[in-house]
Design a protein. Structure first.
Length: 205
């Protein structure tokens, strides 16, 4: 698998590009055909490649949910792991909110308010779109990728979102330029290590 990954990087292949045949990879990597075949099957299981009958094997655009579907049945059996995922996601959202602070202008505030006012979005969709917008302002691609994966995992556990007032308060913090209030707002989400869906955060003025 590592050799195939290196081959993809070395040859600058992108989603949609065709991979060499099993025979060609066997010759190029100097590996047995069975090893190449099993590696390709594993990579396909992760959703990174697809085989089209009569055409060959092609790279796919990575979608986090493929990994989630594959691993959630195993790693989410432990209740502590499930709670850790929710808690970690919240920490990353807090840091993104801080990173985005200096980039938020009236235009960005309007975009966040539009998400909150969009009646077509359910709680899960609104949470996703709200923080996806914040991550765009945070300008940290790696943090965003980690959050996307944790976010997908969290929804295999339960519909994890915050109360409506939380999002409004975060927008208010941006409007008022109260950076120090971000930490306080997020700390209200947890009590004894559990995600809270209460009005606890309403104490922030």
């Amino acid at each position: 698998m590592n050799e195939i990954r290196n081959y993809i990087e070395k040859n600058g292949l992108s989603p949609g590009d065709r991979l060499p045949s099993e025979r060609e990879l066997t010759e190029h990597l100097r590996a047995s055909r069975s090893s190449v075949r099993e590696a390709l099957r594993a990579i396909e299981l992760l959703g990174l490649i697809e085989t089209r009958r009569g055409e060959g094997t092609f790279l796919r655009m990575y979608q986090p949910y493929h990994t989630v579907e594959l691993l959630s049945a195993f790693i989410l059996q432990d209740p502590n792991t499930r709670q850790d995922i929710v808690f970690s996601k919240s920490i990353i959202e807090k840091e993104a909110a801080k990173l985005a602070f200096s980039h938020v202008t009236h235009k960005e505030i309007k975009e966040l308010q539009n998400v909150l006012n969009n009646q077509k979005l359910d709680e899960k969709q609104a949470h996703y779109q709200f923080f996806l917008t914040i991550f765009q302002y945070a300008e940290n691609f790696l943090l965003k990728k980690i959050w996307l994966l944790l976010n997908d995992f969290s929804y295999t556990i339960e519909n994890v979102s915050y109360n409506k007032q939380f999002y409004q308060l975060l927008v208010h913090i941006y409007v008022e330029g109260q950076y120090e209030k971000i930490e306080e707002l997020f700390s209200g989400l947890f009590r004894k290590g559990c995600l809270m869906q209460t009005d606890e955060s309403s104490d922030i003025k």
